[in-house]
Ligand binder design. Structure first.
Ligand code: A3P
Ligand code: 4NS
Length: 305
């Protein structure tokens, strides 16, 4: 029994390896059900929240839900983020108590559905394009995104071991991480927005002026919000409030998989924390490589506010 407990607590849990789907590394379980993901049938009134992991997905999910529930915080606490919005490609079979299939959850959910994905644009199931679904994409500057992803790998035993900070920086730069290259991800979705209904947002803008960005999302979703409701959404989706909200801070899901004592899911929620992580040499190397990788796009990020 103790051994079982150990196993379920993840101390001895074997971290997943990565397998490529069309050249993009995904977890072994995701690769095993890829066919189901690719054939997923989106519906015209589905709203999709797409991001590179750790770009502010959960924050955006809370904002979208609050808009859809017209600022009713109790309704937004009906379930955890993980269960309110199916995480499309995510699949976990083991341990049975933590079983999760984003596809099955979405299929069982009544419309209108809000779905989350970290897939790069070329791997999005075609039905989302065919059904002309509204898509909200959120991007975060590479350095902060990388720092957040590093700490997330440390605390989340459902992900591969990040190795040392130096090793993880290297993996991130070469795209050898779960969901692949950050550079390709943000550029691919940026390109797609010219042809499809995509609201492309930035984490840094959301930090700078949450009210303005929430209004953009509401307009995109064709929802009229009163000033009072808008202010309520700004408040309840602030980092400080979400950090204490068990239905949004991931303390109720992934038990034994996420260890918030190593690094909490709601870690810092700031812009420019990368300055506390990169050495001067690392930063120079990163910048040089970044320039090359981002030379073929009009996309510009703010690394600080
Ligand atoms: N309401 C909020 N305001 C600002 N940042 C938030 C937030 N809620 C979550 N975050 C931050 O978003 C990141 C997680 O992103 P995702 O939801 O895509 O996994 C974490 O970044 P940090 O690790 O830099 O703190 C987390 O702290
Ligand atoms: O590995 N997980 O358990 C996991 C991965 C990504 C994830 O989504 S994210 O938005 O927090 O990156 C949630 C859980």
């Amino acid at each position: 029994m103790n051994k079982m407990k150990d196993l379920s607590l993840g101390e001895t849990m074997i971290r997943t390896g990565l397998r490529e789907v069309d050249g993009v590394p995904v977890t072994e379980p995701i690769a095993s059900i890829w066919d189901q993901v690719w054939k997923f049938k989106a519906k015209p009134d589905d709203v999709l929240i797409a991001t590179y992991a750790k770009a502010g997905t959960t924050w955006t999910q809370e904002i979208v839900d609050m808009i859809q529930q017209n600022g009713d915080t109790e309704k937004c606490k009906r379930e955890t983020t993980y269960k309110r919005h199916p995480f499309l490609e995510w699949f976990l079979a083991e341990p049975p108590s933590a079983r999760y299939s984003g596809v099955e959850l979405a299929e069982a959910m009544p419309s209108p559905r809000t779905i989350k994905t970290h897939l790069p644009v070329q791997l999005l199931p075609p039905s989302f394009w065919e059904q002309n679904c509204k898509i909200i994409y959120v991007a975060r500057n590479a350095k902060d995104n990388l720092v957040s992803y590093y700490h997330f790998h440390r605390m989340n035993k459902g992900l591969p071991d990040p190795g040392t900070w130096e090793e993880f920086v290297e993996k991130f730069m070469t795209g050898k991480v779960l969901w692949g290259s950050w550079y390709d991800h943000v550029k691919g979705w940026w390109k797609a927005k010219d042809k499809h209904r995509i609201l492309y947002l930035f984490y840094e803008d959301m930090k700078e002026n949450p009210k303005r960005e929430i209004q953009k999302i509401a307009k995109f979703l064709e929802k009229d919000l009163s000033e009072e409701v808008l202010n309520k959404i700004v408040h309840s989706t602030s980092f400080e409030v979400m950090k204490e909200n068990p239905m949004a801070n991931y303390t109720k899901d992934f038990e034994g998989i996420m260890d918030h004592s190593i690094s909490p899911f709601m870690r810092k929620g700031t812009v420019a924390d990368w300055k506390n992580h990169f050495t001067v040499a690392q930063n120079e190397k990163f910048d040089e490589d970044y320039k090359k990788k981002m030379s073929d796009t009009s996309l510009v990020f703010r690394m600080e506010l």
